[in-house]
Design a protein around this ligand. Structure first.
Ligand code: ZN
Length: 196
């Protein structure tokens, strides 16, 4: 591995200290190795670290449950249920909650199947297998439509995010020999200039 850490890969820009409201500046604090937003007035150092996105691959027999997004980004596109881990949650609890919020059904959580590094946007995706127990799923404020798809029915051209086709292709390939090893991959994403 080589370190690709760069100053520009900050998740969000900060102008003012959230403790005292004074201006912050980006600098390397004493005895540190990376630039941080440091308050010019109080002693606050505002550390920013990657966000974790947790979700599921909900399965019922030979079909996978997908959600048509009702919200930005990518409204109208299909995705696997996933979202940001909340403070105090375990990965599994977060994945279960996101699945319930996006599909309206309570799944039975299974093993971790895929981890994606997305360093350009400082996000880590963690996807678990989940069993769809009941056909009580349906649309929610976050999903226009929630539907089970066989492999040949997957809307490949209408998938919302790069991780979705990767997970689905791996899953359908692994299903042929019924062996589902954990996948760890890195997704390269172009960084929008407006975020820099
Ligand atoms: Zn301050």
């Amino acid at each position: 591995y080589t370190s690709s850490l760069q100053i520009k890969n900050y998740p969000s820009k900060m102008k003012y200290c959230s403790s005292c409201g004074s201006k912050v500046e980006l600098k390397v604090p004493q005895d540190d190795h990376f630039p941080r937003y440091c308050c010019t007035n109080c002693d606050a150092i505002h550390y920013q670290n990657p966000n974790i996105v947790t979700g599921t691959i909900p399965i019922m027999k030979d079909r996978v449950l997908l959600c048509k997004r009702a919200i930005h980004p990518r409204p109208g596109m299909w995705t696997l249920p996933a979202g940001f881990l909340e403070n105090g949650e375990t990965l599994g609890q977060g994945a279960f909650r996101e699945t319930l919020e996006e599909t309206n059904t309570e799944v039975k959580m299974g093993n971790l199947y895929a981890i994606f590094n997305i360093p350009q946007i400082s996000q880590i995706y963690m996807l678990f297998f989940a069993e769809v127990l009941r056909e009580d799923f349906g649309k929610t404020p976050e999903s226009l439509e929630v539907k089970l798809f066989k492999e040949e029915e997957i809307p490949w051209q209408e998938l919302a995010f790069p991780f979705v086709p990767i997970v689905l292709k791996n899953y359908f390939a692994d299903r042929k020999d019924n062996k589902f090893d954990l996948k760890v991959e890195t997704i390269e994403r172009p960084v929008k200039k407006t975020n820099q």
